[in-house]
Write a protein that binds this ligand. Structure first.
Ligand SMILES: Nc1ncnc2c1ncn2[C@@H]1O[C@H](COP(=O)(O)OP(=O)(O)O)[C@@H](O)[C@H]1O
Ligand SMILES: O=C(O)[C@@H](O)C(=O)COP(=O)(O)O
Length: 417
């Protein structure tokens, strides 16, 4: 293995696994730190953690354990994957984890590259944009767990870490003067270097400049250019084949992002759909049988079960029940629902929401996933080739077009779009 990735949530991990596979790297994605050794013939392994919204000290501990497993399995370069909208709070966890990984890898510095131009996330003058809006005016300022209220990534990151934060501006990236800029940053004692990037070409230049870096941090798009540093070329991506899984499909949505709420509306207008509210999540034992009955009745019709709600409803529910307590209850509820549906014979599962996906994937236990075709930018189909064989699409809240759920169900069944 050449590249070892530590992902801070499950959907983000499948996003970067997809990018690496597209770039020609033979990639495997693990749910958690595996018990066994990595296969000999892979180029990249992605360990999906669920560390985005936990205590910083826990996130550091788990990330270091993942880093050690990857190093022990031959990884030459470690990538710390976080969200392209830099999802974190003033306490972390991006800063504390990045700082701990720098120390673990004895690395002088690392790039900080959240930009993901294909999905509209760009960094300019150290500020993160989503489309033509600053991050803090993009809807992310109302995220249920990590409201992103400051678009200046340098300032936001500096609140999270003692490591000195630097910045490389777009003209330096474009002029190809990166080696010198990085050497100067190191001489100033800067350790986490926020890099401007507004197009894929910028990220390719940054990836080339990071060829000898032990640690790279960022969203998935920085990974497009990393395999070629090891002589791995995109042509191999054509070798990917995917049969998918046969069997009924279920869609679960715990994301409250605006893109997911549009997807829920689209699906609701066409397919059987049922909303789960805070009271259901709190009384899961009573609510689950009713919801499973709905799922069973609609087997074969791609039923949707969702808790996605608008920001006002989310805030009201959080004020009543507590933000974290409620998040945990919904996540546990959806994980149980997914397991019960699999027990009932469902074989294609689509989940919207990073934390929600992490909870569902976590309930499947330590698992290795094969990376299938891309359903939407940043979202691959995944296959668990165990007993039973399952096809999954685990979608970041913000990704995908309106009709994502039905597209996903088709791809998971082995159809090409
Ligand atoms: N109706 C709701 N009210 C409050 N919190 C909710 C509601 N529905 C889902 N949640 C919680 O909000 C969080 C959404 O995060 P996540 O699943 O990562 O979605 P995204 O990918 O959009 O960030 C989860 O922890 C989920 O349990
Ligand atoms: O980088 C991204 O935007 C995604 O890969 C990602 O991390 C998604 O996180 P959620 O929106 O919380 O699913």
């Amino acid at each position: 293995m050449k590249i070892g990735v530590i992902g801070d949530d499950f959907t983000g991990s499948s996003d970067i696994a997809n990018t690496l596979a597209r770039a020609g790297a033979r990639t495997i994605q693990y749910g958690g730190i595996p018990d066994e050794a990595a296969p000999e013939n892979i180029d990249a392994a992605v360990i999906s953690l669920k560390t985005r919204s936990i205590e910083p000290s826990d996130a550091v501990e788990q990330s270091l354990a993942a880093c050690r497993w990857l190093k022990a399995n031959g990884a030459v370069q470690i990538v710390f994957k976080y969200c392209s909208t830099f999802d974190s709070t003033p306490r972390g966890n991006i800063g504390p984890v990045a700082e701990a990984l720098l120390a673990e890898l004895d690395a002088p510095l690392a790039l900080v590259c959240p930009a993901f131009p294909e999905n509209g996330r760009t960094v300019y003058q150290g500020h993160l944009f989503v489309g033509d809006r600053l991050l803090s005016e993009s809807g992310m300022e109302k995220h249920p767990l990590n409201p992103m209220t400051d678009p200046d990534i340098r300032r936001w990151l500096a609140r999270q870490t003692k490591a000195k934060v630097g910045h490389i501006a777009l003209p330096i990236v474009r002029l190809g003067a990166l080696d010198r800029a990085l050497a100067e940053a190191a001489s100033r004692g800067e350790r986490l270097i926020v890099a401007d990037a507004v197009a894929d070409e910028d990220l390719l230049k940054l990836a080339a400049a990071a060829a000898n870096h032990r640690l790279v941090t960022g969203g998935s798009a920085i990974a497009e250019g990393l395999p070629r540093n090891f002589g791995i070329l995109p042509e191999r991506a054509g070798e990917r084949q995917f049969e998918g899984a046969a069997g009924p499909a279920l869609v679960i949505s715990g994301s409250c992002s605006s893109a997911t709420r549009r997807q829920v509306e689209y699906h609701r207008a066409r397919r059987p759909s049922l909303m789960v509210d805070a009271a259901d999540a709190m009384e899961a034992e009573a609510a689950l049988p009713r919801i499973l009955e709905f799922v069973a009745e609609n087997r074969g019709k791609v039923p949707l079960v969702y808790s996605s709600a608008d920001p006002e409803a989310v805030t009201a529910a959080q004020e009543r029940h507590g933000r974290e307590a409620l998040a945990i209850l919904f996540e546990r509820f959806f994980a149980e629902l997914a397991l019960a549906a699999i027990e009932m014979g469902f074989r294609r599962i689509v989940v919207a929401g990073g934390e929600t996906s992490g909870a569902v994937a976590g309930a499947l236990g330590p698992t290795a996933f094969e990376i299938g075709p891309e359903i939407a930018p940043g979202v691959p189909a995944l296959l668990r080739d165990g007993e039973p064989r399952l096809a999954l699409a685990l979608k970041s809240g913000n990704f995908g077009t309106e009709d994502f759920f039905e597209r996903a169900v088709a791809v998971l069944g082995g159809e090409s779009l």
